[in-house]
Design a protein around this ligand. Structure first.
Ligand code: DC
Length: 222
């Protein structure tokens, strides 16, 4: 491998993004938010009125996208960070992510993020499919109830409204689709370290991850 990779996989709402970003900052490494790639494709498909079940049309659309992450997600030069962070965008991402041709097109794109001095990659199949050779694999879990509560709190903090029952159902539906698709379903790699985050704070999870790594990290949680 060109540079070391740390993979952080797990179901939606488990806090992978936050942990991965802090970890990448603490190490001074690059960060890959692979879910954002599927979210961008779902967003672009919706905008272009492409059927989310039409794998051929989605593959063609994907080939034409110009994705950039400098200062947030950008599509064809336009900032779409807010548009791809909604619950609906997550649901669309999960649907486009079911198609094998899309997943294989995403492979090369995702591996292209690996650059010196290293990469923290967050997603569903980072440890099983995209970077299976790395020895630094983590899988974060938490109950669906706990994840729905965290989502609800996040929405409140952003001044948005949410319904905890609906969030719980969305999370269960997304887990079900992500875990049961035929191509690279969500599951821990055999050699992943599994961390149940249900009763842990962000700094406690980060500490557990860092203590298992041989790299020097400067953690600052602000
Ligand atoms: O991590 P996220 O919530 O942003 O991901 C959105 C959806 O994208 C998720 O429900 C399934 C899909 N996804 C995937 O299939 N593989 C990945 N590596 C990352 C995300």
């Amino acid at each position: 491998m060109k540079a070391p990779v740390i993979t952080i996989d797990g179901p939606s709402g488990v806090g992978k993004g936050t942990i991965s970003q802090y970890l990448a900052d603490a190490l001074g490494w690059h960060y890959l938010d692979s879910g954002a790639l599927y979210r961008i494709l779902g967003y672009a498909a919706n905008r272009a009125k492409v059927d989310l079940e039409d794998a051929d049309a989605l593959t063609e659309l994907m080939d034409s996208l110009r994705i950039n992450f400098s200062g947030g997600a950008q599509l064809d030069g336009e900032s779409i960070d807010e548009n791809i962070r909604t619950e609906q965008a997550g649901e669309r991402a999960s649907r486009v992510a079911q198609h094998p041709p899309i997943r294989s097109a995403m492979l090369e794109l995702q591996r292209g993020f690996l650059k010196s001095p290293g990469l923290v990659a967050d997603g569903r199949d980072m440890g099983t499919t995209v970077f299976p050779q790395t020895p630094y694999k983590f899988y974060l879990t938490a109950t669906a109830e706990e994840r729905a509560k965290r989502r609800y709190k996040q929405l409140k903090e952003k001044g948005q409204s949410g319904n905890i029952g609906a969030l719980f159902r969305d999370i269960q539906q997304r887990d079900d689709r992500d875990m049961n698709r035929a191509d690279s379903p969500l599951r821990p790699a055999d050699d992943a370290s599994i961390i149940d985050t249900s009763s842990l704070s962000i700094s406690e999870v980060l500490e557990k991850v860092i203590e298992q790594l041989p790299f020097k990290a400067n953690v600052s949680l602000d």
